[in-house]
Design a protein around this ligand. Structure first.
Ligand SMILES: Nc1nc2c(ncn2[C@@H]2O[C@H](COP(=O)(O)OP(=O)(O)OP(=O)(O)O)[C@@H](O)[C@H]2O)c(=O)[nH]1
Length: 365
């Protein structure tokens, strides 16, 4: 991840070679989907972006200043995308604002609602935005984060969540927009829910997701893996998992494990050189980082982690005896998985067909 905390515009001139697919509403074709963080003042937009993409400790967000202008950041990871943080007071449909420029490359509109505050105004603004946009940009994913739920009791939390989602859908239906493509997530920066919500938002931008899930399902079946997550290492967003039911507890365990790996790799890690020895950014795939951890009782659950490439790591949860015995089979299947993934996400110059990719700045997937 690039740490461009105060960047006005994405300051990288690295072409978006790693993008996974072209956006349906992309006009300029720079191929970097945008995640727009919108919502009322003090709803928590900058905190979310700082915690998820800059590793800011949640308690430090208390000292964040109000955003006064659109803050654009470029993320360079397994796929390139941008995060635009909007000031809460901005009227997006003011004639002086170039709405086309804002919305044309959009991957997802994330609307943050403070669940601890009075939220009727926020809902009204959200609905006005959706209604204004849906004719011109019908493919926009609207993702509503019912945020700061950490301060609410369990009952109140689910009541608030239900009330907000119901009101949004009802008001849109009253304006003749039935079944609007709006998804809702209960989030807080003080637990893993914000990472889980972001995972789901990002997954919708990956056209190869069904194929990825298939690969993970196969892996789970052949190696009797209970749950497998493919993580973006730096952000701890999981870009895919197998299709068995997901529970937040297993995600938390895997995600904490990624933290440990990051800590260790900060001490012992190294930059992968390109095959021609030039730019460090071209990764060549690496299968050196691996780890197997047994936890709780012996023979109960254990975790298996393998670095898939510079950005991605596979973490599996397994539940049977003899992790050591099965390791050879798992290693073999994970290597196959790694090869499958390389074909799906061509990354090096050698992998990208000559007519696509870096030179044109077009997405390669
Ligand atoms: N309890 C709780 N507080 C949060 C959470 N997320 C953000 N906050 C707090 O909410 C306050 C406002 O957060 P900001 O991130 O500055 O809000 P913003 O939406 O960017 O505000 P503007 O820049 O004015 O548009 C800060 O004091 C944060 O610590 C959360 O999940 N739970």
């Amino acid at each position: 991840m690039e740490d461009l905390h105060h960047a006005e515009t994405p300051a990288t001139d690295i072409p978006p070679r790693f993008h996974t697919g072209r956006l349906p509403n992309s006009k300029s074709g720079d191929g970097k989907p945008r995640l727009l963080l919108m919502g009322q003042r003090r709803s928590g937009k900058s905190s979310i972006s700082s915690v998820v993409f800059h590793k800011l400790a949640p308690s430090e967000t208390l000292y964040l200043e109000t955003t006064t202008h659109i803050k654009k950041e470029s993320m360079h990871s397994f796929m390139d995308f941008q995060v635009w943080d909007f000031p809460g007071h901005l009227d997006y449909f003011d004639p002086i604002i170039d709405t086309e420029n804002i919305f044309q490359e959009i991957g997802a509109l994330i609307w943050v609602i403070d669940a601890q505050d009075e939220y009727l105004d926020a809902i009204q603004r959200l609905n006005t935005t959706i209604l204004n946009l849906h004719h011109t940009y019908p493919t926009i994913n609207v993702e509503v984060f019912v945020h700061k739920v950490d301060g609410l009791s369990d009952d109140y939390k689910s009541d608030t969540f239900r009330d907000i989602s119901q009101r949004v859908q009802d008001e849109l239906a009253d304006h003749g927009y039935d079944n609007a493509p709006v998804s809702f997530y209960s989030t807080s920066i003080y637990d893993h829910s914000i990472f889980e919500a972001f995972s789901k938002v990002i997954q919708k931008l990956i056209p190869q997701l069904p194929a990825l899930e298939n690969l993970l399902n196969n892996l789970c079946q052949t190696c009797r893996v209970e749950k497998a997550y493919l993580f973006d290492i730096m952000s701890k967003i999981y870009i895919a998992t197998d299709t068995s039911p997901t529970d937040i507890a297993s995600y938390e365990v895997c995600s904490d494990y990624i933290d440990t790996v990051i800590d260790i790799s900060e001490i012992y890690g190294w930059d992968r050189p390109a095959e021609d020895g030039s730019a460090e950014l071209l990764e060549t795939g690496n299968d050196d980082a691996e780890s197997l951890v047994v936890f709780e009782r012996k023979g109960s659950h254990y975790l298996y982690l393998r670095e898939i490439n510079k950005y991605l790591a596979l973490v599996c949860i397994m539940n049977d005896e003899g992790p050591g015995e099965k390791k050879a089979l798992l290693d073999y299947d994970v290597r196959r998985f790694q090869e499958g993934l390389k074909e799906m996400f061509p990354r090096t110059d050698r992998d990208v067909p000559p007519t696509e990719g870096a030179a044109s700045g077009q997405p390669s997937g």
